[in-house]
Design a protein around this ligand. Sequence first.
Ligand code: MN
Length: 351
Amino acid sequence: MTLKTKISPQEAMQTKKLLDGCKNVVILAHQSPDGDAIGSTLALWEYLTRKGKNATVIVPNYYPDFLKWMNGADKIVLFARQKALSYNLLKMADLICVLDLNDPIRMGDELGKVVPSLRCKRLLIDHHIDPVKKPFDAVVSRPECSSTCELLFRLFTAISAIEHLSLHGAEDIYAGMYTDTGGFSFNSNDPDIFLIIAELLRKGIDKDRIVRNINNFYTADRFRLMGYVLYEKLQIFPDLHASIFSITKEELKRFNYLKGDMEGIVNMPLGIRGHKLSVSLREDTEKPIIWVSIRSYDEISAQDMATRFFNGGGHFNAAGGRLLDMPMELAIEKAKEAIEAFREQLTNNNS
Ligand code: MN
């Protein structure tokens, strides 16, 4: 069985022209980059570097430690900490590749403004809905793809670049696909995903080792924090098959919180039998913001809830948002209101 890339000849031609024609490339991803953001930027970096291009990955801010095993991760430039270097690289770039985001603003206010204003070519490769197309010379957007890494693999195939994909590049792509689908537990029914994995395995990746690198990376503090949230903080609404948990910055401090420590905890309540919705409220340790994360199953739209109640958005079953200048008690009330608004769908018994 061969993979149908679903990339149009025009998209392939445009992308190939941009990637072949550049010399100095900056590859960018969104704020608080996740496995897909780091995986896709590093996979593209591997490819361009092997083609003799001068490529650098810049991310707006910190990315989690469990991604640091990836080849090239130590060379990633953090915009927040290395501004002068970042600006130099951006000014020198004749091509900027933006990955895993649909709007430059997702890189933060500063990068969001700077990137569209630079005099260079710009390429967007992404799987979020409604991409902002204007600042880009070419846009490859596929909201139906499980991850930007999956899309990048399709694109590489379409431009005959797969034979040049290195083992490290293949590892990056697997890591992004794995993390963006919760270990192929959601958003991953497309058989093509498994054709791609087969190809990556043929490239020699050790998927068992990758999974161990990603998953078994907790500190003891993070492990205790997870236990605390699940035991002390989880409010379950059995009739609605839903739950909410909240965590304040004081509570986070008790567990020597490091950025990324709350990652993934929002998925856990979905392990309760019949559960369809999980909402997490986390107070920022510095700014007066409560970060909201929503996970759902089936026809319950986390995205819709994030947009209507929490100034956010995302994917259908995995979305997020934020509440500004709101005490936690009120945020909890707001979350209760949000799940109440979905009562009909949540109590609908067809799944
Ligand atoms: Mn993604």
